[in-house]
Ligand binder design. Structure first.
Ligand SMILES: [Zn+2]
Length: 457
């Protein structure tokens, strides 16, 4: 694959290894140009999502900018142009041509909420739930998050990174090119740092864009629960020991808290989030998943990048998000997998003018799916969103939930060349063929991410 060679030369050039670069050119009778050029041709549709480089709110989500009869030119890591094919053929005669074979080209999908670093899967809980065993009962029996915590504490960083690498590659094979990954199954200073180091390791091994989030406040660990102080001493540990270590190691871009009755109260979540903000981290919040507890309002109050879950958000919460910059990130796969009838009120959020994102919540307990297009299916069938709204939610607004909507999530000049190609003629087929893997290839920063079966000339 010639552009891979070019990229290697780019790396050599940018790292200042002039001698090696010269040697590469001497070895090759036809030296590869320093900057690679790609031309994506023969797509039946190019869904550009082009528009302002920020979250799309309310009615802005209704238009995903579906274009026909255009090609996409990429120079190096960046989208250069979206224009009629003959025009781009003339402008880029030396470009590698990537034949999209009548498929649909979209921005690479942005999965802004996952817990992708974990040890063993927890498949036994699914049958227990089906048999009517309550979540709290499963937890009392040693299952739930505590089970993943015990498992993660017993593994080393290399093992965790290797498991995560396999899982992230599966996410990429369904069209995801940017993925946020949370810690949260360690719950001690050392184990949380271990998880964040595993995320850092895996981000060097996979071509995807990986965004690390510190979720030390995922649950109150068993030994701290036994103290009977409502989690106060664990919050102290989080704020005064764990957070400084995470910030000093520059291991996370965001901090997140599981704010829910019985876990962290809104007052505790506020304390952790404000301390995290002072430490230079962006903010996220697991909010109003099971009960309306003021989580959405808190996310808006502290200007969090996103409030996530929201199946039980109150009307005041909807209004708070609508008048804030905080993205409402909805995770319909979780409610479906848990067999719960209630889904987040996507229509009310959009009608109020909020920015809605969709994400997989990929995790071993409540949403073990790597299939992001399936989440789009649920966006349509469970959340009553239009297909265009689900695409904006999975690209531009996912990027906004990660603070990168100015450079990721659009097929538009100047944006990162993150692309996904699907085996469909119409974008509406993507959520329609539910559960199917239609992705034929993904590219990140102009480099192949998921191996594609696409002809190249
Ligand atoms: Zn989560």
């Amino acid at each position: 694959m010639p552009w891979r060679v070019a990229s290697a030369a780019d790396v050599v050039a940018s790292s200042g290894c002039g001698g090696l670069r010269e040697r590469l050119q001497t070895l090759s009778p036809d030296p590869t140009p320093a900057v690679s050029e790609l031309l994506f041709i023969n797509a039946s549709q190019v869904v550009t999502c082009a528009g302002p480089g920020r979250a799309r709110r309310g009615v802005e989500m209704a238009d995903a900018q579906v274009r026909r009869d255009v090609a996409v030119a990429v120079i190096g890591e960046t989208i250069a142009a979206v224009a009629p094919p003959d025009e781009l053929e003339r402008a880029h005669p030396a470009a590698q041509r990537i034949d999209c074979g009548g498929g649909v080209l979209t921005p690479g999908l942005v999965d802004s909420h996952t817990h992708a670093v974990f040890g063993r899967p927890r498949f036994e809980e699914q049958e227990l739930r089906a048999a009517g065993v309550a979540y709290m009962e499963i937890a009392r029996g040693g299952g739930g998050i505590h089970s993943s915590v015990r498992d993660v504490r017993a593994r080393d960083v290399g093992e965790l990174a290797a498991l995560a690498e396999l899982r992230l590659r599966r996410l990429a094979s369904y069209g995801t090119t940017t993925v946020e990954v949370k810690s949260g199954y360690g719950l001690t200073v050392d184990d949380e740092l271990k998880l964040l180091r595993a995320i850092s390791l895996v981000s060097e091994r996979v071509p995807m864009r990986v965004v690390p989030t510190w979720l030390g406040a995922h649950e109150i660990p068993v030994d701290f629960r036994e103290r009977g102080d409502g989690g106060a001493s664990y919050v102290k540990l989080l704020v005064h020991e764990m957070l400084p270590a995470v910030a000093a190691g520059r291991l996370a871009r965001f901090a997140d808290v599981f704010c829910e009755p019985g876990v962290f109260t809104t007052a505790q979540a506020r304390e952790i989030l404000l301390a995290s903000k002072r430490a230079g981290l962006g903010l996220k919040l697991h909010a109003d998943e099971l009960e309306p507890s003021g989580g959405a309002e808190l996310a808006a109050e502290v200007a969090a990048a996103s409030a996530d879950h929201l199946a039980a958000i109150s009307e005041a919460g909807v209004n708070a998000l609508a008048s804030s910059q905080t993205v409402a990130t909805l995770l319909p796969g979780t409610m479906l997998f848990l067999g719960r009838p209630r889904q987040a009120p996507a229509r009310a959020l959009i009608a109020a003018g909020s920015a809605v994102a969709l994400a997989s919540d990929f995790n071993p307990g409540t949403s073990p799916t790597v299939n992001f297009p399936l989440i789009l299916t649920l966006g349509v069938s469970q959340l009553h969103m239009s297909v265009a709204e689900t695409i904006i939610a999975a690209t531009v607004n996912g990027a906004a939930a990660l603070g990168m909507a100015d450079r990721v999530g659009q097929i538009a000049p100047g944006f990162s060349a993150d692309l996904a190609l699907f085996d469909c003629e119409d974008i509406r087929e993507l959520p329609y063929w539910y559960g199917d893997r239609r992705c034929r290839g993904t590219w990140v920063r102009g480099e192949t991410c998921h191996p594609s079966s696409v002809p190249i000339s």
